[in-house]
Design a protein. Structure first.
Length: 410
């Protein structure tokens, strides 16, 4: 970690020096990022959603413009600006309600709030929100989104918003019940918590294309989307680990899930998490190449957008003060703070077979479907038994990957 002022603060359980990242996808950045960031901050200041200057500073420290401009490096300015503003608003929602770290979180309240937010975008004038600056800012974003998007694009944004809020509600329910999800459950829901489909819908709007419904809904494309969202989520779990290690409840991330259910140290859990993440990355690259062989022009652009999503998020989080100088360790964001990440040319786990994770096995089934050689990847759910994996599952699992039992309370 590189912090320009003084010595680095207390390290988290996984340390400040993150392992090298495997991502053989070229990065890109929108040429007018700085201008778009300035305009987005002007909009933020006009909303009045911040309680004080400190909250404002930490929201700007999300570097939402950098995230958006790396994910959509060739998009048109106006829809891209709207996406940046959505991200600033979403981070405020996350920090104020979804991810406070408090032990007394109320799932019923969050579900009610999320339902009202979803309806705001879907139905103008639905009058399901209040009149606070936060509510008014959402109404503004929703109205401008409805005016700019085509009917198909609007439906995808609305469905992506619901998917994100659904995932956030599930995560909150686990916190309230003091339940650490199983690895299989976590893999299935983590892309939703991350807002994967909401963000990708903006790639279509800002880049001016629409993937045909039949193409986007095809199982291989849906599996690829999930895999991309999972890789980004794993990376986010590492970058945000220090930001959330002082919560009253144990944070739900892939390292803690593995450490909790497998009874391992955080160091061992980190090694296992990287192996799982890199195996998913290998699957993503292979499956994307297979799909691209027969893809039309709009689907091809969507496949490119998925790559920008993965590559861009790593570089964004590396230098966003939200992660590199987290609020639980600094009074204010530190300009220029960075994790100083490094890269590796090969995956930490070289295996290419399906992960021994029931909810992810179907991603590999799509490779079989595309090559017309179906095979059964069903395995015994390793969460049901700690006595060890079957021989064929161990062969598929590769080095360093273990999964534990199904449910355990914190």
């Amino acid at each position: 970690m590189v912090v320009p002022h003084g010595a680095p603060p207390r390290a988290s359980a996984i340390g400040w020096r993150l392992p090298p990242f495997y991502c053989p996808i070229a990065p890109a950045l929108h040429p007018r990022r700085d201008e778009l960031e300035r305009r987005a901050i002007d909009w933020l200041d006009g909303t009045g959603i911040f309680r004080d200057a400190t909250d404002r500073a930490w929201n700007i420290a999300t570097h939402s413009a950098d995230f958006s401009c790396r994910m959509i490096p060739h998009g048109s300015d106006e829809p891209l600006l709207l996406f940046i503003e959505w991200n600033h608003w979403a981070f405020a929602l996350d920090d104020l309600w979804h991810d406070t770290g408090a032990a007394d979180i109320n799932t019923a309240h969050i579900v009610d709030l999320n339902a009202r937010i979803s309806r705001c975008l879907e139905a103008p004038g639905s009058a399901m929100l209040g009149s606070s600056p936060f509510d008014i800012a959402l109404e503004d974003l929703a109205a401008r989104t409805r005016a700019r998007a085509t009917p198909v694009q609007l439906r995808r944004v609305a469905e992506g918003l619901r998917d994100w809020l659904f995932g956030a509600s599930w995560q909150v329910s686990n916190i309230e019940r003091r339940v650490m999800p199983t690895l299989s459950d976590y893999v299935a829901l983590r892309p939703s918590i991350n807002g994967t489909r909401f963000s990708l819908a903006w790639s279509e709007i800002a880049n001016g294309f629409e993937v045909p419904d039949a193409d986007l809904a095809a199982a291989p494309v849906q599996a690829l989307t999930e895999a991309a969202g999972f890789v980004v989520s794993c990376d986010n779990d590492l970058f945000s680990y220090a930001k959330e290690d002082d919560h009253e409840t144990t944070d739900q991330n892939i390292v803690n899930v593995l450490a909790h259910h497998n009874g391992t140290s955080h160091e061992q859990a980190l090694t296992e998490a990287l192996a799982i993440r890199d195996r998913a990355m290998t699957l993503f690259l292979t499956l994307r190449e297979r799909i691209a062989r027969d893809a039309g022009p709009d689907l091809t652009r969507y496949l490119e957008a998925l790559g920008h999503y993965i590559a861009g998020c790593i570089r964004w989080m590396n230098a966003a003060p939200r992660y590199a100088s987290p609020r639980n360790r600094y009074d204010l964001p530190v300009p220029g703070a960075t994790y100083g990440i490094t890269w590796r040319e090969t995956p930490s786990d070289p295996a290419t077979g399906p992960l021994p994770i029931p909810s992810a096995a179907w991603w590999w089934d799509q490779l079989d479907a595309l090559t017309h050689s179906p095979r059964n990847h069903r395995t015994n759910d390793p969460h049901q038994d700690r006595r060890g994996r079957p021989a064929e599952e161990a062969a598929a699992g590769g080095p360093g990957i273990r999964v534990g039992r199904s449910v355990a309370g914190l």
